[in-house]
Design a protein around this ligand. Structure first.
Ligand code: UDP
Length: 248
């Protein structure tokens, strides 16, 4: 099936509902069709603009879901109503698919205590989940190859990588050389949330698309990241939307 894509500041965003995106990934898992799923937000775009290698990886991703409310806003400025798909919810739903179909799952990332607790909680939530491998995300560059091989040896159908961007996407790129038939997703700080180390924003913030405000309040060190990216992002997407309007 052809992808329905809109470019935001030069980066693909798939125009899909949550359910359709889950169906596509499930079908690919069933058929051993490997994928790299990116959950895009303004911060990732900013990082990619400053790193050609990362930019190429994002541009070549097989599915790019609009995780950030900034992306939803950029699309709505051009009259495209796209639902925001939080990567953490998307990844959780894919874990359910894996449990239902007995697909093997591997997880890499976060601190040792966090990943252990996250795995315990996933096992408790999904009776039939088969977690074939997990490893914390604090390893040296020279250990990376060994971990990639360990992941490959565990033969997973689905791998969640929580190292933050762009590290997680570099790791996924390396993994794909060994596991072309596996589905990968970079999930940022999701393991911290699943382990109960970091609170998820209350429903109100989530439905308003303002989860980032709550996360910044809880982790004030994030303010630097937002301050550096959001104003410039907003400015650029408004200009882009105006240019598009001018061409019509
Ligand atoms: N992390 C890791 N190894 C590293 C750097 C980060 O495993 O070398 C983990 C970190 O512990 C956290 C996640 O990567 O669990 C990054 O979370 P962050 O909140 O920065 O990601 P976001 O959700 O903003 O993309």
């Amino acid at each position: 099936m052809d992808r329905k894509i809109e470019k935001v500041l030069g980066y693909n965003v798939d125009l899909l509902s949550f359910d359709d995106a889950i169906d596509i990934v499930s079908e690919n898992m069933r058929n051993f069709k490997g994928m790299h799923i990116v959950t895009i937000n303004p911060e990732i775009i900013e990082l990619a603009n400053n790193n050609t290698f990362f930019s190429q990886i994002i541009k070549n991703a097989d599915m790019v879901i609009p995780d950030g409310s900034g992306i939803k806003l950029a699309l709505s400025l051009r009259g495209i109503e796209q639902e925001q798909i939080p990567g953490i919810d998307f990844a959780k739903e894919l874990l359910k698919v894996c449990a239902d179909f007995h697909y093997r799952v591997a997880l890499v990332g976060a601190k040792e205590k966090v990943i252990q607790t996250a795995v315990d909680r996933i096992n408790a939530e999904f009776d039939d989940i088969d977690i074939c491998y997990f490893h914390n995300g604090y390893f040296t560059k020279d250990k990376e190859e060994e971990i990639v091989k360990q992941v490959a040896d565990s033969n997973p159908r689905f791998v969640l990588v929580a190292l933050g961007a762009p590290k997680q996407d570099f790791f996924i790129k390396k993994c794909k050389e060994y596991m072309p038939r596996t589905v990968f997703i970079g999930v940022g700080g999701s393991f911290d949330v699943w382990a109960g180390e970091v609170d998820r924003a209350p429903e109100f913030f989530r439905t308003m698309g303002c989860e980032w405000i709550y996360r910044t309040y809880k982790q004030p060190e994030r303010i630097k990241r937002i301050y550096k990216t959001l104003p410039a992002f907003l400015f650029k997407v408004i200009i882009e939307a105006l240019k598009k309007k001018g061409k019509k």
